[in-house]
Design a protein around this ligand. Structure first.
Ligand SMILES: C[S@@+](CC[C@H](N)C(=O)[O-])C[C@H]1O[C@@H](n2cnc3c(N)ncnc32)[C@H](O)[C@@H]1O
Ligand code: SF4
Length: 333
């Protein structure tokens, strides 16, 4: 199971690198410079939990394959924090799952030393109850940005795409977060990410405008659904956009403040099922690109080597990974 999960995560990490805001040639430059300045890890994807409060139909997680619910302990998080100075790019404080459901979500963020906070961002569905105090504490952090998933404000569409979510609570969270950030002296910027699917495609231009105007979103990504082999073919046929849909969407969003990320050519099979894997995407990282995936139970995978370690059993995790990555690099030169 680990092998399959590992392959999926690797594919995901290759894709989500764009979420971290680093594009191909820049990423390679950052990697090369990082390797020579003691920051040999390009990015680190950390999950403080292994589950979620929602079950979105497009989600790349196979919840049936996820083990019992786990929340990262403070001790494990401290060990992960020791690795942050080694990272040249971004640190995903949540990658696959929902960070706000961790009972110590804000406490953990506050444990990150202020000088390392600008490397860190998290993505949230904003569907869990969030009180004003938590939002205020978030506004004081120096994070790279806070990324909010925004798929629909339509009461008929929101619960279809964000299965298990309540639009009223989501909107209240989003409005209060935006207000709190707007009042703070040096808040993290607000980013948004929208899944482009049939049920919300007509709404997307309005959604982008509203995010910028009413919520102060400064960067908005509208993206295709990444490969997800366990999603029912009928769902894919009914929900994924065709290339014509993407062209229309591109036209409708031409002057709007968003970045459209359509699937690469050949990504979907004719009938949208099953997905095909685009050549040149996953598994084609430059050989020096090294990243770490830290799971909520402290398991760490070192990419692209495909090696697994237990963070809790490492006495000096920073020294260990510095040495291990240097050895791997030496083998490739
Ligand atoms: C896995 S979620 C984790 C954070 C949080 N649970 C959320 O949904 O915002 C991170 C981002 O990936 C997006 N996402 C989920 N499944 C996806 C898929 N199959 N393809 C592309 N993006 C996906 C979500 O919409 C979200 O913006
Ligand atoms: S909220 Fe995020 S992690 Fe949860 S099911 Fe939806 S996309 Fe997946």
């Amino acid at each position: 199971m680990l092998g399959r999960l590992g392959r999926r995560i690797r594919r995901l990490l290759a894709n989500v690198a764009t979420e971290a805001g680093l594009k191909g040639p820049i990423r390679r430059l950052v990697t090369l410079v990082g390797a020579r300045t003691g920051r040999p890890i390009e990015f680190m994807a950390l999950d403080i939990t292994n589950t979620c409060n929602l079950r979105c139909p497009f989600c790349f997680n196979d919840f049936a394959a996820v083990g019992p619910r786990a929340f990262m302990s403070r001790q494990t998080f401290e060990k992960a924090l020791a690795l942050l100075p080694l990272v040249s790019g971004r640190v995903f404080f949540s990658c696959l799952f929902e960070p706000t459901i961790h009972p110590a979500f804000v406490d953990l963020l506050e444990m990150i030393p202020p000088k390392l906070q600008p490397k860190v961002f998290f993505t949230t569905n904003l569907a869990a109850p969030l009180d004003d105090e938590a939002l205020c504490r978030l506004s004081r952090l120096r994070l790279a940005f806070i990324n909010v998933s925004v798929d629909s404000f339509d009461p008929a569409v929101y619960p279809v795409l964000r299965r298990g979510g309540q639009l009223e609570r989501y909107l209240s969270n989003f409005e209060r977060l935006a207000e709190t950030l707007a009042k703070a002296p040096n808040p993290p910027p607000l980013h948004a990410v929208t899944m482009a699917l049939r049920p919300n495609r007509a709404e997307i231009p309005r959604l982008v405008e509203r995010c910028a105007r009413d919520f102060g979103v400064v960067a908005h990504e509208v993206r295709y659904a990444y490969a997800n082999p366990f999603t029912p073919p009928e769902w894919k046929r009914e929900n994924l956009l065709t290339s014509e849909d993407w062209l229309e969407l591109q036209e409708a969003c031409r002057h709007l403040p968003c970045t459209l990320c359509p699937p690469p050519a050949g990504y979907y099979a004719e009938d949208h099922a099953p997905y095909s894997t685009p050549p040149g995407e996953p598994g084609h990282e430059p050989p020096l690109a090294t990243c770490l995936k830290v799971a909520s139970d402290g398991r760490v995978e070192l990419f692209p080597a495909g090696e697994f370690y237990d963070l809790q059993s490492l006495t000096n995790s920073r020294a260990f990974f510095t040495d291990r990555i240097a050895r791997l690099r030496a083998q490739h030169t």
